[in-house]
Design a protein around this ligand. Structure first.
Ligand SMILES: [Zn+2]
Ligand SMILES: [Zn+2]
Length: 356
């Protein structure tokens, strides 16, 4: 394989995580060495997920190199790693590894394993040129799917596949689903899955003309700009009793507060967004009982759901809206994500050489 693996590489590194956290581009970061079951992947692209803001602001503990939507070529295999992966194009996801033994793993949901390790949290992430990944949990990217299209599916797409699948057997074609945060990296893919794959009628909630346009293009029947008025009133006007379900993709506390008001009795609230850890959804227990509401949540999706969304993307049913930017744009991209100013998903090109 590639014998030109350097000792040092370029990486985007978070310094002083907290209110004044910064991300710096460095050219002197060591290249990892794959251990047992591990491979080294030379990255071509990485998506930039809004959840990285949590690392920057120090809301939880992460490694200094985040990123969990990487696509690249396997250039080295460690002991007991599958050699047939060498030279293959793979996706590196949030799920670095899972225990394979617990009940969640046994049910086919390693993404819900209590002993999982995560890319960017426990091991260095994909905002670097070379990433070490666990060969048992990477995703082979099918031929015919461009790397920059595949990247946002590894977290954003997979998460929304997991979220919308929570409604299987509960909602049918034509039922109303609200997606709160419908113009963002995850939200617009969720609109596509809900409208085009499941046949739900989708009400997108977000703000601004660009996000309205992307929500409607993605298949939303209606769009409500939360900055322009009474969201509850508009949802009731459109649906009569309220939506059958809501997926709260936005990390905004207001979006979670509003969620029980936007669903009808027996409605389902699916939590996806990640507000600060000390925020609780203010729903009276008596209201949950009296209105028979269900509250559930997802953390990415299963390996089966990953295969499913890649197939939809190959067929063209799912088309992530991407902006491709350069690696050196990462600090500005995070600034924009902090302000909620990114429509669709940003994918960065990873430089191929040490100076390029
Ligand atoms: Zn993510
Ligand atoms: Zn497990």
């Amino acid at each position: 394989m590639d014998l030109q693996i350097p000792l040092v590489q370029q990486a985007a590194v978070i310094e002083d995580p907290g209110p004044g956290g910064r991300i710096l581009l460095r050219g002197d970061v060591s290249v990892g060495e794959p251990g047992v079951h591990e491979i080294l992947v030379k990255l071509e692209v990485s998506g930039v997920c809004g959840s990285e803001i949590r690392a920057l602001l120090g809301w939880s503990s992460y490694t200094p190199i985040v990123g969990h939507e990487g696509v690249g070529i396997v250039v080295k295999a460690g002991a007991d790693a599958d050699d047939s992966l060498l030279g293959q194009r793979v996706g590196v996801k949030w799920l670095y590894s899972a225990c394979t033994q617990c009940s969640a793993c046994n049910r086919g949901f390693p993404n819900n394993c209590g002993r999982q390790l995560n890319t960017g949290r426990n091991v260095r992430g994909t905002l670097q040129q070379y990433v070490v990944a666990d060969s048992r949990f990477v995703t082979r990217i099918p031929d015919g799917l461009a790397s920059e299209v595949a990247a946002p599916l590894l977290c954003a797409g997979l998460t929304m596949m997991g979220a919308i699948s929570k409604l299987d057997g509960q909602l049918g074609p034509g039922d109303w689903l609200v997606i709160s945060g419908s113009g963002g990296g995850l939200g617009h893919i969720g609109v596509q899955i809900a409208a085009k794959v499941k046949g739900f009628r989708v009400i997108g909630i977000d703000s601004g003309e660009e996000k309205r346009k992307l929500s409607i293009e993605s298949g939303a029947s209606e769009f409500i700009d939360f900055a322009e008025g009474n969201v509850e009133h508009r949802v009731k006007e459109i649906t009569g009793e309220g939506a059958h379900a809501i997926v709260v993709v936005s990390g905004s506390e207001d979006a979670f507060r509003a969620s029980p008001l936007l669903v009808r009795n027996m409605g389902i609230i699916v939590c996806v967004g990640l507000p600060a850890n000390d925020f609780n959804i203010p729903i009276p227990a008596s209201l949950c009982s009296a209105r028979a509401l269900s509250i559930t949540g997802v953390a990415v999706g299963s390996e089966g759901q990953m295969e499913e969304i890649l197939e939809h993307a190959l067929r063209g049913d799912i088309q992530p809206s991407i902006q491709i930017l350069d690696f050196h744009d990462i600090p500005q991209i995070l600034d924009q994500l902090k302000l909620g100013g990114v429509t669709g998903r940003v994918v960065v090109r990873i430089p191929s050489g040490i100076n390029s």
